[in-house]
Design a protein around this ligand. Structure first.
Ligand code: 13P
Ligand code: SF4
Length: 303
């Protein structure tokens, strides 16, 4: 049954000259049929460069929107319209404009986990992979960073700039406590602890490395260590284990599950590519200013 669905999906992708981009947190069976898996930065770069006519994006809504921002001539599909990101919903363009008016004209660094309309009001975007480099690339000393307060505090700890943090957070990463990390370390004293910068400062203070999801994949592969505690959404354990069959990976907590990332099933992907739904299209009046912020980020990371 699964084999049939996979074959149907692959045949339709070929027929429609479509590419399947899959985030590192997606279900294993979705990752297994991807043309490309990756973190937010890798997937947005791939979306900008692909020759495909159609991009099927298995992730959450802001990721498909970013693909539409950088590839306006392509059809971008998301298999589940209800796959959102609660952190992205913690800021609106209206609230951002009000804050900019309070602070004066300072640069706004916006995490890609945000809507296109918030990006449109921002100076530059960043991802978890390049936030520190983006902040440090700016000439100005005073900056506003949105919407993730934890990523913001992490970037501030690596910079001499004065950074105002928006008060948003990822409900999955923000709930990880230092106590849970200490417990995992006590259970696996030989393991290195890798943490995503969306975790709170108290958890990051205990990390051997603070990395994006693909940064963790790279780190685990290169490291001489044989075991790792994974401080991010649990979906990353699957590609880590697949790429490193002789190493051990432990979830830091059983509660780090992003329901939105887990919504997409193989049947949803088949429906998406069969019916060409759901299309994510950013209107030109939003896309043009949003693409400026995304392109500035690409320049910093020199794609
Ligand atoms: P990455 O860009 O590190 O893959 O993270 C995206 C995300 O949504 C983390 O919660
Ligand atoms: Fe958003 Fe957190 Fe889910 Fe990432 S893990 S998509 S930041 S809610």
């Amino acid at each position: 049954m699964t084999d049939n669905i996979v074959q149907e999906i692959r045949a339709l992708l070929k027929e429609r000259n479509a590419i399947l981009l899959v985030h590192n947190y997606q279900r294993p069976e979705i990752q297994d049929i991807a043309d490309l898996t990756g973190d937010s930065l890798e997937l947005s770069i791939k979306a900008a460069k692909t020759d495909a006519d159609v991009i099927v994006f298995c992730g959450v809504h802001f990721m498909a929107e970013t693909a539409s921002i950088v590839s306006p001539d392509k059809t971008v599909l998301i298999p589940r319209l209800d796959a959102g990101c609660p952190m992205a919903d913690m800021i609106t363009p209206e609230a951002l404009k009000t804050r900019i008016a309070e602070l004066g004209e300072i640069p706004v660094v916006t995490y890609v986990n945000s809507s296109a309309s918030v990006k449109a009001h921002s100076t530059i975007c960043c991802t978890s992979a390049n936030a520190v480099a983006v902040v440090n690339s700016l000439a100005e000393h005073e900056i506003l960073m949105t919407p993730d307060r934890n990523l913001c505090q992490y970037a501030a700890s690596k910079s001499t700039k004065r950074i105002h943090c928006w008060d948003g957070y990822c409900p999955i990463h923000d709930r990880l406590t230092a106590e849970e990390v200490m417990n995992a370390k006590a259970a696996h004293p030989e393991a290195l602890f890798m943490a995503h910068p969306e975790c709170r400062p108290e958890a990051l203070a205990l990390a051997d490395a603070v990395l994006s999801t693909s940064g963790m994949l790279d780190f685990a592969k290169r490291s001489d260590s044989q075991s790792f505690i994974v401080g991010t959404e649990e979906g990353l354990v699957y590609p880590l284990q697949k790429a490193n069959p002789n190493k051990l990976f432990y979830r830091v907590s059983e509660f780090m599950v992003c329901e939105d990332m887990k919504r997409t099933t193989l049947s949803d992907v088949l429906r998406a590519i069969t019916a060409m739904t759901y299309e994510v299209k950013v209107s030109e009046n939003v896309r043009i200013p949003a693409s400026r912020a995304v392109e500035r980020m690409f320049k910093v990371t020199e794609r």
